[in-house]
Structures are given as structure tokens and as C-alpha cells.
Design a binder for this molecule. Sequence first.
Ligand code: PLP
Length: 381
Amino acid sequence: MSQDHPQARESTPGQAGEGPLVARVDLSQLIANMHCLQGAAPGLGMLAVVKADAYGHGAIPVARALVAAGAEGLCVATLVEALELRQHGLLAPILVFGDRRPESVPIAAAQRIDLAVVSADHLRDLLPLVAQHPVGLHLKLDTGMGNTGFQVAELGATMGDLQALRPHLRGVMSHFSDAEAPDGKSAALQRQTFQAGLARLREAGLAPPMVHHANSAGCLRGFTQGDTHVRCGIGLYGLLDIPAAAPAGLRPILELSAEVTRAVRVPAGTAVGYGSTWVAPHPVTLATLACGYADGFPRALSNRAWAGFPGGPYPLVGTVSMDVVVAVLPEDSPIRAGDRMTLLSRHLEDPHSVQQTARRLGTIGYEVTCALHRRVTRQYL
Ligand SMILES: Cc1ncc(COP(=O)(O)O)c(C=O)c1O
């Protein structure tokens, strides 16, 4: 048995060691998506969000491609994710959104990794550390997300501590809770609060060089006036679910396909999978696919998902197992073991696109791709 080493996940087409379940990631479309987002925010720097293994697309190859194509920096949620980027030779500026542990400060400072300052307590914890461990800091304002950052009203009371950190303050940031909403009201309110916070800081002589608020939706919809940078994630991966996304040129970059491990003609009455939740109503061909919930293909998709193959897409039937799912095709289908079927398509209109799959699950595309397990082979085109 070979060990599932993280680096073993990267492969090029046709390379030995490729698994039966493959997520193909189109890096040239990734770059095209970045250019679309940059086009919506001319002159602003791109901080590419590659947390959660680049939303399941593979942080290292994705980050390398984005930095080579002009991303000014990378954003992740944890210090562990940031260190993984450094260990793989990524030298670009990195911002960690969510690590408030004092013991992270010396490591972040030594690795030139910036930290978001997320609360007054966090700020106080940083004070005794930064002189010895000069770390870059981005002050996060809570303008409506309600889960992290400083309330603008809190700034006055913490101004003394903020002044003490002034040499280390590289940026002021916030995050939109609903930049996707068609009426744009919540985003406009958040922008007002952000501007009020910036004004409060400037009155006190604090004007860090970087100002960034917009995620992909905020960037594409132009909620960026006066900012220096945008922080985009989902738009890079082509899965931003707002009407403006496709006309702007954003396209999905990931396709998941699985090898058929058995194709067999069966008579009416044949039951499929745990609990026999599907029974063939007439003679059919069953194609068993090497993909299951352990790969990140949710069991909640049992009897309500599709797989692409010429002439299809065809329904997946029966309960999704840990490693196996079954597609049903016409009895005379030419499908053979060794053929491949697509389980997540790059075409929005397909019933097995990431977006349509997410909608059926009552979730968002982010969750579908983030769920893809490390044992899924990633191929980069
Ligand atoms: C703080 C922060 N900024 C930016 C982003 C990127 O958002 P999106 O993927 O919607 O572009 C995220 C993602 O969750 C985030 O947490």
C-alpha cells in the first residue's frame, strides 16, 4: 500500500500513479478568470484567496500560477496553510485571516507572513510580541459580517494600542456578508461603515498603505472605491454564482471524472447499492464509478445526481457508497470498464455542474469543491 502523501496529488496527464478519480484543473482558465476580476477593478492589486487548498483545486499549483500571472499576494485562513505555501517555495506576500494565537507571531514574523488583527483582545496579545517579532498586520473591521474584526465604535478605546502597533500596520480590511444581493443595499451599508472606520483611523494618524474589502462579488460589482486591493477567491475558480459572472467571462476551471470499474447489463428488478434504494424498472446497463462520499461526493446525492458520457448525462442511482457510485445507462450503451464519466462538469447548464449539484444539495459551489478529498488525483492543464 502506498502512502497518500500530499505531494502525490499533483500529476500531469497520463503520469503513472494517477488515481481512478481525477479532478482536472484548467490553470489557463484560472488566469483568464483572474484577468476578468482585475478588469473589474482596474489599478487594484489582486490578493488571491487560496485557503482550503484553493477551495479544493490544489493550493500549490494554483498559487504558483496566480503569482506568476501577477497576483500581488495570497490569502489563507490558517498559519499552517501559509507555511505550506512557503515550504513549496512561494515567496509572495501572504496574509492569514484567522490565526490569533500568540505563539504564531514569531513564526509568522520569521516567514514574512502577515496576520489579520481580529479583535481588541488579539491586539492586546500582540503588543508585547511585535517589537521582538516584527510581523505585518492588517486591521480587520467588522462592517456587517458579525463574526470577526473590530466594531468601528470600539476603535476609540483601542486607539492607544493601535498607535503602539503603527509601524506594523500594513493594511485595513473588512469582508462583505452579502455582496451578491441584487439590490446591493447590504454592501452599500458595509462600505459606509468601512469608510467611517477608515476616517476614524486617519483622524488618529493611522493610514496603513493597503485597504481591501472586496471579495469576488464585491470586486465584480465595483464595491471598491478608494481601496488598493481586492481579495478574490470563488471568482478565480469560476464558481461565483451571480448573474454578472458569466458575461464577465468567469468560467469554472474544475472537472471531476471517474473511471468505470465495471459495466454490466442487468435485467429488470436488479437492486443497486446499500439499502437497495433503486431497482431497475427494465433491463439497463449499470456503470460502477470509482467515486464515493470519502472522495467528497456527498451521500446526500444518492439517487439525485448525474454523470456525463456521450449521449448523456445519465442518472446516478442507489446510495452513494464510501468509494463507489453507480450510473444507469440504456441497455445497449457502448460503455466499457476503463471509460470515464464526468461527475462534476464545467458547463453551468449541465445538471452535474458544480453549481447545479450545489443547488440540489441546498449549498453553494464553495462547499462542493472544498469537499474534494486529497485522494482525488489533481491534474493541471
Ligand atoms: C476574509 C475573506 N476575504 C476574501 C474571501 C474571498 O471571498 P470569495 O471567495 O467570495 O471571493 C474570503 C472567503 O471566504 C474571506 O474569508
